[in-house]
Write a protein that binds this ligand. Structure first.
Ligand SMILES: Nc1ncnc2c1ncn2[C@@H]1O[C@H](COP(=O)(O)OP(=O)(O)OP(=O)(O)O)[C@@H](O)[C@H]1O
Length: 594
């Protein structure tokens, strides 16, 4: 059987996504589907009565009797009713599946935004996005089959069993029962095999989409490094693998269908033998003979529909697995309720002190990149963190933002451990200028006011001026409404960095985290931006990570970090006088001496 826990997980998810309105649509769709199934099963019975009435009327050699007309009218009503229900059913069924997919998309997106970074970094973005596409296709298959196959077919089969009982032909009933069991056994077996194939198809399909997204995100790099052909070859390999997986899937489908045809042929032969014998013995009317044949054909169709449903449901199970896996991943703390936000605003009145206490952290627990670090930062001061690449500078900033949690020790702001504060409260006090700025495919104004939907034009402009960006924006045809392209690729590196600075300034933060904030600026812009940041700093507690030591000389304290440990600390002049690691780095940068 396709894995039962997978089915249970999907059912739980659907239940979770279903609101009262969707439930109403589902109810209406199910009612319509059952009516359609019953009508469809009654139609051959109406035909039997019509054929018997016509035969009786022919024996009496009279013109069409009232009973023929009445049976004809009933037959027409059943037939047209079936068609009418079939015409209207898609409206309800499609509404149900689109609403379900929309709810799934909302749930998935919300979940992604709250997943820990460590979880997200393990996956390729193309694969993550494709898992939603696959799950949407899976949902459509499930809803489509439940509404169009499983429920109507079960209703139809129920009515058929009742009608067959009325014919009082035990051999015929036994034949139908055997046929049904043979079909169901066959399709269940097929579904198990197909589920395995669907999982391999899903894995290969994720790989193709991961590759596509990687290629798209690095077009410029691929061209610069003459790696386009290499990327194409990789795509060729993963595409071929996907084709092979699909081929295996279709082969299994075809084998199951051929076996089903063999069962069908045997049943049809049996049915003819039993019914013609019944007519010859006079135990079955001509109408009964027609009804049995029509029923066999009609029973095969729903049984095959059930088979197709089993096949597609097992496929959708495979399709939905990656999304279910992602939804199972535990999320970071959720945003707090509005009352908490008010508390957060109240807390932002002044610059706080920050304390790192016996902090130990590693992305991999067994390989710490920060070792039992103690650091006190007084309120309203600027602390610079310098040191070789990979020494753990940015990691400290990530820990302060609670993007990761330390394995030992804690961080306190104004004496309160950040682990006890809500993430929203914490981050609402922080302005960050990261090493790599990520911009949205939106206007410059939207990018500056990210996370502040109520920011005014004047506030946006003031922040842009602070980041030395206003004149550039003013020269653009659409000014602050200029679209800056996906990931901000229409801006230069320095312009992106200045936009990041504006983004931090507009929040009027009480803690300013600057991770190489001027690394891409020319020296005159750097000086201006540093002045602006310095002007903002009396109201902030600032942590400045920098490689260029000239930009940290003014700091109240400079921390020299080496392999996750504090090597030296002090003011610029003190550190130069000490003639240690800082002094060596300073000399390297200023005189090229070692
Ligand atoms: N997401 C991550 N997963 C695993 N290891 C990481 C991750 N980010 C950083 N590291 C590793 O942690 C160590 C410290 O990295 P960190 O970014 O803090 O250094 P840094 O001092 O800021 O370096 P740089 O000056 O080059 O920016 C490095 O060895 C790095 O390879």
């Amino acid at each position: 059987m396709p894995r039962l826990h997978g089915i249970a997980a999907i059912l739980r998810l659907i239940q979770e996504l279903t609101d009262s309105r969707l439930r109403l649509y589902m109810l209406a769709a199910t009612a319509m589907v059952i009516i359609g199934g019953v009508l469809s099963a009654i139609t051959p019975l109406a035909l039997k009565h019509l054929v018997d009435a016509v035969a009786a009327s022919a024996q009496k050699s009279t013109s069409a009797s009232t009973s023929v007309l009445a049976e004809g009218a009933l037959y027409m009503a059943a037939l047209c009713g079936t068609r009418l229900v079939a015409d209207c059913r898609p409206l309800l069924v499609n509404t149900v599946d689109q609403r379900l997919i929309a709810a799934l998309r909302r749930r998935f997106f919300g979940h992604l935004l709250h997943l820990p970074l460590a979880t997200l970094l393990q996956r390729r973005s193309g694969e993550v996005l494709h898992s939603l596409d696959l799950a949407s296709a899976g949902t459509q298959l499930i809803v489509g089959h439940v509404c169009n196959s499983v429920v109507p077919v079960l209703a139809e089969l129920g009515v058929m069993v009742w009608v067959l009982g009325q014919l009082q032909q035990p051999a015929l009933v036994a034949l139908f029962a055997i046929t049904a069991v043979a079909y169901l056994a066959l399709f269940t077996l097929g579904a198990v095999r197909l589920n395995r194939h669907a999982e391999t198809v899903t894995a290969a399909s994720l790989s193709v989409h991961g590759q596509l997204a990687d290629g798209l995100n690095s077009v410029e790099t691929l061209r610069c490094f003459n790696a386009v052909a290499q990327a194409q070859r990789t795509m060729e390999t993963v595409s071929s693998a996907l084709l092979r997986r699909w081929h295996g899937y279709f082969l299994t489908t075809t084998r199951t269908s051929i076996a089903a045809t063999a069962v069908f042929a045997a049943s049809l032969a049996g049915c003819f033998a039993i019914t013609s014998d019944g007519v010859a013995r006079g135990t079955l009317s001509v109408g009964g003979f027609v009804l049995s044949s029509v029923y066999l054909l009609q029973m095969v169709r729903p049984l095959e529909a059930l088979g197709a449903a089993a096949r597609d449901l097992s496929r959708s199970l495979g399709f939905m697995q990656p999304l279910l896996d992602l939804l199972r991943e535990p999320v970071d703390e959720q945003l707090p309720p509005p009352a908490h936000v008010k508390e957060a605003r109240a807390c932002t009145a002044r610059a706080p002190s920050i304390r790192f206490e016996r902090l130990t952290f590693g992305y991999d627990r067994s390989q710490p990149v920060i070792h039992a670090l103690d650091l006190d930062i007084a309120a309203g001061t600027t602390t610079a963190i310098v040191g070789p690449s990979g020494s753990g500078k940015s990691s400290l900033i990530r820990l302060l933002l609670r993007l990761y949690s330390p394995q030992h020790g804690r961080i306190l702001i104004d004496g309160r451990p950040i682990a006890t504060q809500s993430i929203d409260e914490l981050r609402s006090r922080i302005g960050l200028v990261p090493q790599d700025t990520t911009l949205l495919h939106a206007s410059i104004a939207t990018n500056i006011a990210l996370g502040l939907p109520d920011a005014t034009t004047a506030q946006i402009e003031q922040a842009a001026r602070g980041a030395q960006l206003h004149d550039l924006i003013a020269s653009m045809p659409d000014r602050y409404e200029t679209l800056i392209g996906e990931r901000g690729l229409k801006l230069s590196g320095g312009e992106r960095q200045r936009l990041a600075i504006a983004r931090a300034l507009i929040r009027q933060p009480k803690i300013l985290l600057l991770d190489e904030p001027t690394s891409m600026l020319d020296s005159s812009t750097e000086a201006e931006v540093l002045d602006t940041l310095r002007e903002a700093s009396p109201e902030c507690t600032t942590i400045l990570v920098a490689h260029r030591l000239a930009s940290v000389a003014h700091a109240d304290e400079i921390i020299v970090l080496d392999q996750g440990r504090i090597r030296e600390r002090g003011r610029h002049r003190e550190l130069l006088a000490r003639d240690g690691m800082y002094c060596r780095l300073w000399r390297q940068q200023n005189h090229g001496a070692s």
